[in-house]
Design a protein around this ligand. Structure first.
Ligand code: AMP
Length: 300
């Protein structure tokens, strides 16, 4: 089943302890779309500026990603994010952020896109996420991501959004900030009380925790020694997870657990190089091979 994603489409400059890249392809919706495209057809909604290299659109369109919803904003530049990883690559600082094309962007979905059964609201302002959700016609599954910026600055809209979505994906520090507790299990349960039927708390190299009314579990990250650039790991996780759910066409507890595993595995490839460089080299078979190793690893 088709999957719609709305989020940032960006040019990123990234510094790691060993290397640096300038203005490479990034953005939450880009990592998400590419990761999901191993599983299902994806419709990408976002904005770019006049500096956007056309080759990036070609790269996305070369997968099963429909880029008709990618709008070039006249007179604008593309969203720009600059980040730096510390020696402990779980720690990252944002050095610069320029909203550019996203400053005035209010996506208007085509009729076809409005009827998409699976929707992912990637990291973006809750008011924009609500604006998109308002346009949807009978979606079967709506999942959103958020971040500390929105928890601090747009909490009212974020809470309105939480009442209307099926699932929320966020990282551990964000979950603690949102629920004002340092206990992750409590944090997960408190997010459920705000509305979503399930919550996934991402814990970087430590994997991800799942919460619903009926179950709580943790899946570890797939151990990889080649961590080159963690940028986009969270978005690729969400892309793998939602892509698999859309492919299966359901979100039963068993499917959700498998989807979490696929999210973790796709993210483990993303971090092995900058931008989409590693994902461009792999196929679904590579993901399935890693799944076999992951299943063995978890058997005891
Ligand atoms: P992740 O490493 O999964 O958190 O995602 C990093 C990506 O998110 C980068 O490619 C950035 O361009 C993008 N990004 C960073 N900050 C924001 C923001 N405030 N809103 C939307 N996207 C962002």
């Amino acid at each position: 089943m088709p999957l719609l994603v709305v989020g940032s489409v960006a040019l990123d400059s990234v510094e790691t302890p060993d290397q640096q890249r300038d203005r490479v392809l990034g953005g939450s919706a880009v990592y998400f779309s590419y990761a999901a495209s191993y599983f299902t057809s994806v419709r990408l909604v976002g904005a770019v500026g006049e500096d956007w290299p056309e080759e990036h659109t070609r790269l996305l369109a070369g997968r099963k990603i429909d880029t008709a919803g990618l709008k070039v904003m006249p007179g604008e530049k593309t969203f720009y994010w600059k980040g730096k990883y510390l020696d402990d690559m779980n720690e990252r600082e944002t050095l610069e952020i320029q909203l550019n094309a996203y400053q005035q962007y209010q996506p208007e979905l085509s009729d076809d896109f409005r009827r998409c059964p699976f929707l992912f609201l990637a990291n973006g302002s809750p008011s924009l996420q609500l604006h998109v959700l308002d346009q949807m016609i009978g979606p079967r599954l709506v999942v959103a991501d958020t971040m500390d910026l929105w928890i601090r600055e747009e909490q009212d809209d974020l809470k309105k959004l939480l009442e209307r979505i099926d699932g929320l994906v966020l990282n551990d520090s964000e979950a603690k900030l949102l629920t004002e507790t340092n206990n992750l299990v409590l944090a997960g349960q408190r997010v459920l009380e705000l509305g979503p039927r399930f919550v996934v708390i991402k814990k970087g190299e430590h994997g991800a925790m799942f919460f619903s009314k009926h179950e709580i579990y943790v899946l570890p990250a797939f151990p990889t020694q080649d961590v080159v650039d963690p940028t986009g790991a969270g978005d690729s996780f969400a892309g793998g997870m939602m892509g698999y759910l859309a492919e299966q066409g359901n979100f039963e507890p068993k499917t959700l657990k498998e989807a979490m595993a696929f999210g973790i595995l796709v993210a483990s490839f993303t971090v092995e190089d900058f931008s989409l460089d590693r994902l461009e080299q792999i196929t679904r078979d590579d993901i399935e091979l890693r799944l076999n190793a992951y299943r063995k690893m978890l058997q005891f």
